[in-house]
Design a protein around this ligand. Structure first.
Ligand SMILES: Nc1nc2c(c(=O)[nH]1)N[C@H]1C(S)=C(S)[C@@H](COP(=O)(O)OP(=O)(O)OC[C@H]3O[C@@H](n4cnc5c(=O)[nH]c(N)nc54)[C@H](O)[C@@H]3O)O[C@H]1N2
Ligand SMILES: Nc1nc2c(c(=O)[nH]1)N[C@H]1C(S)=C(S)[C@@H](COP(=O)(O)OP(=O)(O)OC[C@H]3O[C@@H](n4cnc5c(=O)[nH]c(N)nc54)[C@H](O)[C@@H]3O)O[C@H]1N2
Ligand SMILES: [Mo]
Length: 824
């Protein structure tokens, strides 16, 4: 249903589009959508259009089984992970039936909590499982109050607007009288809090100046811990892969690029970028050294600072060392970050003499004192004075979900709401919506479980930590995503009941008391949009096959529980799955009409088996972030107290936090490479994996592409490997005071010395689940990372903070067991 005359970017060239449209016999000429009557007839009958985080695809179904997922022909860069998506439907790690942990079932809630993870489950019927859950929700609420139920259930889930398992869970818990929710996310927990003080919005998920504008105007693009060619494999909605086209535009335009990253990324390789590899967690000193040169060599833009920012005069004494006796010279910075002082000076001069775009990723703020990095980057960009100019300034989502791909003129699909009778929220991370009786910062659940009743500072507020007795997870895998696994295991023992809906036997499901088998999105109908930023199409997510084994959709599961509790009708509002989907579409249709476009009827859209395309305007193709603020900073004032970029924040000053001063500041993290008294010699970069979405697809055949002797890979520089007598393919024990894991060595000079890389998302497979600190056989890196918070301001996670030692594993290599069904 590609029926608009649309721009070449990002999917197809204009020429091929015209040919395609002509072949369909329907060429749109106006601004509004036209329905292609022949569209449905064009496609093979068994190829069903659907979509997922990895992109739009057609599922080939033969005899009730999906045999192939064929990428949509308009996808500019289909994800190599799609093969794993298919495998996830049938993988041996699929949860087949409702299961209850034996001790919990026989002895009651809270029994033998150390036995979680041992795989001693009893199969029960759906009816019994739903009874157990319903009764337990009632018991805990009556005995301990509604805040003792944790429904924060953070994490990823299907991109469908209907089967949003987290919203569906919260809808149930709200209906029954409230729960403790979580705020923020693991992605940008530090940046999104600090940036509201600095630029007046969370900023990290905002659209960037578009790739086509960069191609025309940018002269120097800096990828600062930012890797679009890996991180835009996926979208929070359905991937459009616009960044792949964007990076190619940059390459073809001959723009100079620099990558500042401990790893030589795919993006840097494609672009042939200059590679600068500082010590991890030392980006603030590096930025300060550049800022010092800008100021002392009079390369900074004082006019911009005067007109658009506030508080530079309060930051300057720190930069020059007048307030603390330490000028932030390139020599000072070089000592910390191991980038030579002359190179730091050179960066400052080059940034100032060219139209420069600073593209920062998220990992630099997933670190102790992570707030400072984004604040200092905005300060640096302010000194350069190019914010709001085409191709200059900074961009915080070039690496994520194809930020910078131009936004199409599309209505926004509404979604199922966590409030029965309420209107569904639109776009954005659902966990930002709030809505519980009490809210804790998302990465502080473990701290909460260990310290009920204690108080916690959070962004100028004080929270009293509730006593959580029951946690319910639907969507998200905390036994992969949370840091310091062993501290977490200790904390989890304080839970009386842990309930999980998932379709795979993840470590989280294995540690549950009640496990409910969910369907994958390929076993139910849904609807979504293509591209978090591009919003290029509305796409049906059609059911390909009937549920596998006894799996039920989360909607059915929660409806079943609501029925047991006597609230079935309030929960469903009397609507079926297709009623909801049609409702979201019809609401979008009304919005489209207000924008002067006519969408086809729902039936025509659904039956066409094609995504519905929306047009791109010149204006959005040419979008420049902050152009309006630059044009008129009074009329388009920022949402900060001063209306300007705050290099000094009075609000943060008032909070008086020792770990978040009122201007960007370098503070030593608890551990880092090159620190004084460093206990362990190697830093672990726990990056986002190329062949997974976090832990998703780790249980599939894709593992064959990367696993080393069946273990998660551990990248090492040849120098570090040699120093330990290690060779490519060896299995090693990676350890520190927090935990220990096995991993498989990959020796490569694409990583700087002193840093090893073990991607996040490897499934946790303890040798002895009863023993805290037991060796993880597969390689879950979060056994090694610290569970502390970034600061009192954001209370965000520090997944990128960990030092370790590595030695060859000499014992008998244990089999990895986590990818099979624990029960059969
Ligand atoms: N050390 C370290 N740790 C990190 C990070 C890091 O960089 N380093 N990154 C952090 C970041 S940014 C994030 S976002 C988190 C990611 O953490 P998560 O979002 O928790 O990770 P996923 O593996 O995507 O887990 C999603 C789970 O939901 C399940 N699921 C998917 N769809 C459905 C559905 O429709 N219904 C149900 N019931 N279940 C479903 C999947 O099977 C899977 O188990 O990890 C964080 N942890
Ligand atoms: N393929 C794939 N794509 C994904 C995801 C996935 O799991 N798989 N997850 C998605 C999600 S939820 C999110 S939040 C985003 C995450 O986006 P990011 O957090 O930006 O991604 P990371 O891969 O953790 O890190 C990006 C780069 O930062 C570098 N880096 C690490 N530490 C430092 C440091 O101290 N300084 C500097 N300068 N660089 C450093 C890493 O080497 C890496 O190349 O990705 C999204 N995209
Ligand atoms: Mo994330």
């Amino acid at each position: 249903m590609t029926i608009y005359p649309k721009e070449a970017f990002p999917a197809v060239s204009r020429r091929s589009f015209l040919q395609g449209a002509a072949a369909l016999g329907a060429l749109g000429t106006g601004a509004g959508p036209l329905l292609s009557p022949g569209a449905a007839a064009q496609t093979a009958s068994a190829d069903i259009l659907s979509a997922c985080h990895w992109g739009v695809f057609r599922g080939r179904v033969t005899d009730g089984r999906v045999t192939e997922m064929i990428p949509w022909e308009e996808d500019p860069a289909p994800s190599p992970q799609l093969a794993g998506v298919l495998d996830s439907i049938y993988s041996p790690s699929r949860i087949k039936y409702p299961m209850v942990r034996r001790a919990w079932l026989e002895q009651g809630p809270g029994a033998d909590p150390d036995g979680r993870g041992t795989g001693d489950f009893v199969r029960v019927s759906w009816d019994e499982a739903l009874d157990l859950v319903a009764n337990e929700l009632v018991r805990v609420r009556e005995e301990h109050g509604s805040t003792s139920i944790f429904g924060g259930s953070y994490g990823w889930k299907s991109p469908g607007k209907m089967h949003n398992c987290q919203t569906l869970l919260r809808r149930l818990l709200k209906l029954e009288g409230g729960f403790t929710n979580s705020a923020g996310d693991y992605s940008t927990g530090a940046a999104q809090v600090i940036l509201t003080h600095v630029v007046g919005s969370i900023e990290v998920y905002e659209q960037c100046t578009t790739w086509p504008v960069l191609a025309e105007h940018c002269e120097l693009m800096v990828f600062w811990g930012a890797n679009p060619l890996r991180n835009s494999e996926i979208c929070w909605q359905v991937a459009d892969h616009g960044s792949f086209a964007g990076v190619d535009l940059i390459r073809d335009s001959g723009i100079e690029t620099i990558s500042i990253d401990p790893i030589r990324t795919e993006t840097a390789q494609r672009l042939g970028s200059e590679w600068i590899a500082p010590r991890p967690m030392t980006d603030v000193p590096l930025m300060l050294g550049i800022a010092h040169t800008l100021y002392t060599e009079d390369l900074h833009d004082q006019e911009f600072l005067d007109r658009y920012t506030s508080g530079f005069d309060r930051f300057l004494p720190y930069l020059l060392g007048e307030s603390d006796g330490q000028p932030k010279t390139p020599e000072w910075a070089a000592e910390i970050c191991e980038v030579p002082a002359e190179q730091i000076r050179d960066l400052a001069r080059r940034f100032a003499s060219a139209r420069t775009m600073l593209a920062l990723g998220y990992s630099t703020q997933r670190q102790h004192h992570g707030e400072q990095v984004h604040w200092m980057l905005v300060t640096l960009a302010s000194m350069l004075g190019q914010i709001g100019l085409p191709g200059g300034g900074y961009g915080l989502s070039y690496h994520y979900a194809s930020g910078g791909a131009p936004t199409h003129n599309s209505p926004i699909l509404t979604a199922v709401s966590d409030t029965p009778g309420g209107v569904g929220g639109v776009g954005g991370p659902a966990w930002l919506a709030g809505g519980g009786s009490l809210t804790i910062p998302v990465s502080r659940l473990v701290e909460t479980l260990l310290n009920p009743g204690a108080t916690m500072q959070f962004n100028g507020h004080e929270i009293e930590l509730p006593e959580i007795k029951l946690a319910y997870w639907a969507g998200g895998n905390p036994f992969a995503h949370h840091q310091d696994r062993n501290e977490m295991l200790r904390a989890w023992r304080n839970l009386e009941t842990f309930i999980v809906n998932d379709f795979q036997w993840t470590a989280t499901a294995r540690h549950a008391d009640i496990v409910l088998p969910a369907t994958t999105s390929y076993e139910r109908n849904d609807i979504s949009q293509v591209g978090d930023y591009a919003l290029s199409h509305i796409v049906p997510m059609k059911k390909l096959i009937d549920p596998v084994f006894e799996a039920r959709s989360d909607y059915e599961i929660f409806t079943g529980i609501a029925q047991k509790l006597g609230h079935g009708y309030a929960y469903t509002e009397g609507k079926t799955e297709m009623d909801w989907i049609r409702g979201f579409y019809e609401t979008a249709r009304i919005e489209a009409r207000a924008k002067g476009m006519e969408m086809p009827t729902f039936e025509a859209f659904w039956d066409s088996n094609e995504p519905l395309a929306f047009p791109l305007t010149e204006e959005s193709r040419n979008f420049v972030r902050y152009a309006d603020f630059r044009a008129d900073p009074l009329l388009n004032a920022l949402g900060t107290p001063s209306g300007r970029i705050e290099i000094f924040s009075r609000n943060i000053e008032k909070m008086n936090y020792d770990d978040c001063p009122p201007h960007p500041t370098w503070m030593e993290p608890i551990e880092r490479l090159g620190m004084e008294g460093q206990k362990y010699p190697l830093h672990v970069a726990s990056n986002h994996p190329r062949m997974r979405l976090h832990s998703q697809l780790c249980g599939t055949s894709l593992r064959e592409e990367y696993a080393v002797q069946d273990r998660e890979p551990c990248w090492m520089n040849p120098a570090d490997a040699e120093a330990r007598g290690l060779a490519d393919g060896d299995v090693v024990r990676v350890f520190n005071d927090r935990g220990q894991i096995l991993a498989g060595v990959v020796v490569t000079d694409e990583i700087r010395p002193g840093v090893v890389r073990i991607d996040e998302g490897g499934w946790f497979d303890p040798m002895n689940p009863r023993e805290i600190g037991s060796l993880c056989r597969y390689g879950d890196v979060n056994n090694l990372t610290t569970g502390i918070a970034t600061s009192k301001l954001a209370q965000a996670n520090c997944g990128q903070t960990a030092l370790v030692e590595i030695e060859k594993f000499e014992g008998e290599l244990p089999d990895v067991l986590v990818f099979s069904d624990p029960v059969s």
